[in-house]
Design a protein around this ligand. Structure first.
Ligand code: ATP
Ligand code: MG
Length: 326
């Protein structure tokens, strides 16, 4: 649904040149929710703005729904942009217009007739659960309600793709949660493909099925969340699982976090381990969370005994993610 091929973009800032994007290639399939994370200045906004051509790359190509966005200008570009909605951290609503009038705005630009427009606005208000606020002005709405208006406006022309640049960063945790579940719901009900930028790992864990890490304009990691979790060298997945508090070095014991994906969570692996290797296993803690729609279990354990290293190697051979804290 979205394809970026060898995208580069530089800005000149006085005498110096800033490489905001450097040879970024990426494919996002229909119906995916793809999260882009990275430090401030990594090039996230530039990347997303290249997708709807708010920014034009220096080189490389962008396709959305089989149409090459980078080859279009003028009227053709405006038409293609209707397939791409966008939401923002600061909502970007028109303060002189009511919620309904904000949502109607892109329909007016697209030349939709008044009765059809009013019908569509009613549908959109109900889609985002904001029927009661139709006549309210932005100043009379909460942050979460403003973002719902932003989402309805972004969806007015039935886009196939929604771009989100830190859409939940200005919201409190509860409101963030409700906006994320609305996005997930829209993704499932409308088959909407979502490309979102966030600095909150919780957002990626909560709704994304794919993710990528941008660093100094380069895409240094990307893939399905389940593949990233299974790969112990993945920096993104290390960020999903910050080291648990309370694990500490001990001369006699090795403390480790074992991560189980999907079915592996059901198997009695530790019992087999104790039988097969001469080790003592103490369970210090554990949890099961949903990440990228998958069940992921984690156990914090302490191993004591001569064959600890062999036992850890055995767990890794089973395909489990094992992180040792010594
Ligand atoms: N219009 C511009 N003119 C000059 N430099 C720019 C412009 N837009 C972006 N940059 C620079 O390009 C780099 C990438 O910026 P970008 O806004 O894409 O980062 P970001 O990852 O979105 O950061 P943040 O998390 O702070 O929003 C930064 O060094 C930024 O200063
Ligand atoms: Mg940004």
């Amino acid at each position: 649904m979205i394809k970026l091929e060898h995208l580069s973009k530089s800005f000149t800032d006085g005498a110096s040149e800033i490489h905001a994007l450097h040879d970024v290639s990426l494919e996002i399939g229909p119906g995916q929710i793809f999260g882009v994370v990275g430090a401030s200045g990594a090039g996230k906004s530039t990347l997303i703005r290249c997708v709807n051509r708010l920014e034009t790359p220096d080189c490389g190509r962008v396709w959305v729904d089989d149409e090459e966005i980078t080859a279009l200008e003028g009227k053709d570009l405006r038409r293609a942009r209707r397939k791409i909605g966008m939401i923002f951290q600061q909502f970007n609503l028109l303060s002189q217009r009511t919620a309904s009038e904000n949502i109607a705005y892109p329909l007016e630009l697209a030349g939709v007739q008044k009765t059809e427009r009013e019908k569509r606005v009613r549908e959109l208000l109900s889609l985002v659960g904001l029927e009661e606020k139709a006549r309210a002005y932005p100043a009379q709405l909460s942050g979460g309600q403003k973002q719902r208006v932003g989402i309805a406006r972004a969806l007015a022309n039935n886009p196939k793709v929604l771009l989100s640049d830190e859409a939940t960063s200005a919201l409190d945790p509860g409101t963030t949660e409700s906006i994320l579940s609305l996005l997930k719901d829209l993704n499932q009900r409308l088959g909407l493909t979502i490309l979102l930028i966030t600095h909150q790992m919780e957002v990626v864990k909560n709704i994304c099925d794919h993710a990528g890490l941008l660093e100094d304009g380069r895409l240094v990691e990307s893939g399905a969340i389940s593949d990233l979790i299974a790969d112990p060298s993945s920096r993104l997945s290390r960020a999903f699982f910050p080291p648990p508090a309370g694990l500490r070095a001990d001369a006699l014991a090795v403390q480790a976090v074992i991560t189980f994906l999907g079915d592996a969570a059901e198997k009695p692996i530790l019992a087999g381990l104790v039988r097969q290797f001469d080790v003592d296993v103490n369970i210090l803690g554990g949890n099961i969370q949903q990440i990228g729609g998958k069940r992921v279990g984690q156990l914090q354990v302490e191993f004591k005994g001569g064959q600890t290293q062999a036992a850890l190697a055995y767990l890794r051979d089973l395909g489990l993610r094992v992180e040792v804290y010594q």
